[in-house]
Design a protein around this ligand. Structure first.
Ligand code: 13P
Length: 263
């Protein structure tokens, strides 16, 4: 964690909770989470179907909402899709290029770049997810994979807009729902965040590279969160499974609060 940058704790609920369950869960979280310091931002990414109702229920001084996915076009003949323009009244953040979108739904770097641009165009903060697969890591292609995903995802992001982007490093092999998943070790994460800042520095300059927020995601739970937040270059966490249970998610929030007090 870096004292100049905010700490983000982001819950990706993926395809879990009906709208009723999501509302009950938010109620539970809001009654348990007390005052949040200004240098911590809590974000919830529920299913699309729950966004509208949660946006009415949410205490924005505690939590902001994020879309897990959206269509990069603002409107048009795209049956079944929802655009970020339609979502922008409900959310402040938009996850782009999550590995489940890349590998289960075959989203390309070009499409992800268009989504990042659409989020910025519509006044939202894109959270660009990147991360190598187990095979890429085994074949020493981690840097190549990270650079390619950054190049595609940031293709249309100008120097003026790059400060609006958050990057989430989520190595695919560390995501709990993937076979044989194991959390990344601090060294792997520090190396990856350094690669990300190196790429950003080459394209947008050193100051931007120092200022951009980079999160870690992959098998984060209440026992590991503190260690990940201590990794140099990490500004927060993107949490799947452990964000679905109030006890574990609130424990992670408390750990982040403790660490920001330590600063
Ligand atoms: P887990 O925390 O369940 O590994 O999921 C990580 C993730 O994919 C968050 O976007």
């Amino acid at each position: 964690m870096n004292s100049a940058r905010k700490t983000y704790i982001i819950a990706n609920w993926k395809m879990n909770f009906t709208p009723g369950e999501a509302s009950l869960y938010l109620h539970r979280l809001q009654s348990r989470v007390e005052r949040i310091p200004r240098n911590i931002q809590l974000v919830l990414a529920p299913s699309l179907i729950s966004l509208q109702s949660l946006s009415l229920q949410i205490n924005r001084r505690q939590f902001k909402l994020a879309a897990q996915n959206f269509n990069q076009n603002d409107f048009g003949a795209y049956t079944g899709e929802v655009s970020v323009m339609q979502l922008r009244g409900f959310v402040d953040y938009a996850i782009c290029g999550h590995s489940e979108r890349r590998y289960k739904f075959h989203e390309t770097d070009k499409e992800i770049g268009e989504k990042v641009a659409a989020a910025i165009r519509n006044g939202l903060t894109p959270i660009l997810c990147i991360g190598e697969t187990a095979d890429e890591r085994k074949n020493h292609e981690t840097a190549t994979a990270i650079y390619a995903q950054l190049a595609g995802g940031l293709h249309d992001v100008s120097e003026e807009d790059i400060s609006k982007v958050i990057i989430a490093y989520e190595p695919v092999w560390a995501i709990s729902s993937n076979k044989g998943a194991r959390p990344a070790n601090p060294g792997d994460i520090e190396e990856a965040t350094a690669l990300i800042r190196k790429h950003i520095s080459r394209i947008y300059g050193k100051t931007t590279a120092e200022e951009i927020s980079i999160l870690y995601g992959g098998s984060v739970n209440k026992d590991t969160a503190g260690g990940f937040l201590d990794v140099k270059g990490v500004d927060g966490l993107l949490i799947g499974n452990a964000s679905l249970v109030a006890d574990s998610f609130c424990a992670i929030i408390d750990i982040a609060k403790g660490k920001t007090n330590e600063r």
